[in-house]
Design a protein around this ligand. Sequence first.
Ligand code: SRM
Ligand code: SF4
Length: 575
Amino acid sequence: MDKSKFPNQDGQLDEMEHIKARSNHLRGTIKEGLRDRITGAISDEDNKLLKFHGSYQQDDRDLRDERRRKKLEPAYQFMIRVRLPGGVATPDQWLVMDELAQKNGNGSLRLTTRQTFQLHGILKWNLKETLQEMNEALMTTIAACGDINRNVMCNVNPEQSAVHSEVYECSKKLSNHLLPETNAYHEIWLDDKKIVDSRDETEPIYGSTYLPRKFKIGIAVPPSNDVDIFSQDLGFIAIIQDGKLKGFNVAVGGGMGMTHGDTKTYPQISRVIGFCTPDQITEVAEKVVTIQRDFGNRTNRKNARFKYTIDARGIEWFKDELNERLGWDLDKEHAYHFESNGDHYGWLKGKDSLHLTLFIQNGRVKDFEDYPLMTGLREIAKIHTGEFRLTPNQNLIIANVTSEKKQEIDELVKKYQLTEGKHYSGLRRNSMACVAFPTCGLAMAESERYLPQLLDRIEVILEEAGLKEEEIVIRMTGCPNGCARPALAEVSFIGKAPGKYNMYLGGSFNGNRLNKLYRENIGEEEILQNLRPIILQYAKDRQEGEHFGDYVIRAGYVEEVHSGLDFHTTESTRK
Ligand code: SRM
Ligand code: SF4
């Protein structure tokens, strides 16, 4: 590949750059690899390209050792991620996903932290059929993963229906505008004939090596910051005046991922740089993406995210570059205020209809022993006439329910115990955990399978402190990649090794501040020993309305972190 196309790149281009360049616009040899019946896997190079098609090759890590002992190849299987802007799905689409999970997947659906579905456990032989059936239900997986713009998030907003539809339309517009142009997806999965000679194919926005790294966009509608706008590479904050959408503040350069022990990597919060109108949103997004395309680091993937591109050159450089590419200047940002980054559960009244938000623990939809969640949601999908909205907190909204349908839905909720008899603590209602074991190849510790247990024990302390109802944002991930956005939680745990976590404190309740390392590499007993005195003290000393994350800073447990650049450097523990 021609390195001169990318200025500011010292050193050797990362191998992934060469893979993209020679991939023939993301085709590689995926098609041939799927036909190979000798192995359940595809080649490493195709696996890297497959991400752009919305799928990852994985293996069941619970079975790794046993299969190795038996000299069998790992239990290869694939994860499929749908591209679902704003997390909106029709009841029919829900039913198709449910059926595919039963037929080809592991019998469960995963609602992700970016408002979409994931299927796990798909065998190579079933990949194509699964994608085709999704396609028939008008769902695609293209660019759900890979070095490209991913699923565009959008506030789920059950309260302001009119604004929701407008903002949701913007998220679809952005998502479509930033899709790759290659016909590879259609050829490989949908048996499309080659429409053009692929040598003549172009990618007007991305170019043939796409972006240096993944790219994420979200739209928030204050006062809700459910999309965690400050974690996005590019965020739009809706400015509503007199009930009408006036435009968006533009925020750039957020991101959560880091590597343990590598202080050149860090989570970062985005910065608001100006304002644009709804008509300008795609132009702004496109220009921002091209700046990352041209200046992002293509030699070191660990420093290739957009946040590093901006931090390396400074926000003023970025603003000038953007204004120059736009040919006009962003307006001055407008005032805004966020209250929380969580969801509001139960029934809420929109403009013309009703919305029911259900708590889905860690986004896992399956039938549990005494809790037939998947069956219950399937029965609701069969009668529901509105839509489903997957929330950025891994929960689910049965949206746009007419008053006539409400009773029927209530009966199903009761019959399948979807909320009935479950009184979740404020902590659990505000919890998230990433997938981690057994499917995630990068997991260092359990997350989804462990957090509920840890919460049981923290809830005992909360009960003792009289804080069972207190809303505290708690998040866990199995490694520092940050898939449940842990750096923005009031309390978080990031996996280091089996049963061992780093504990962070001091994020804000509305998601506008990074937290800080408090204790390193601790197990469950130490977690509880460390948390208990802080929680008891908080119950005694907190000021009126003071959130836990603010309290731990005021009380001196951790320093406030103002920027990701200080994440590793401010004093770690004062108490
Ligand atoms: Fe993630 C990689 C799961 C949201 C940062 N993420 C992965 C992979 C694909 C592991 C891999 O590369 O082999 C995980 C698959 C696990 C599995 O078995 O399903 C994975 N990420 C997830 C999901 C499913 C977590 C969940 O519990 O919901 C989320 C899917 C979102 C979606 O629908 O698109 C998910 N990942 C996130 C988020 C949160 C967000 O985007 O709002 C982040 C932090 C924000 C950010 O990007 O900065 C995130 N995932 C990462 C990273 C670190 C990127 C970095 O900057 O260093 C990786 C690893 C990588 O890219 O190298 C990663
Ligand atoms: Fe896997 Fe790490 Fe993401 Fe969790 S945070 S899903 S362990 S990559």
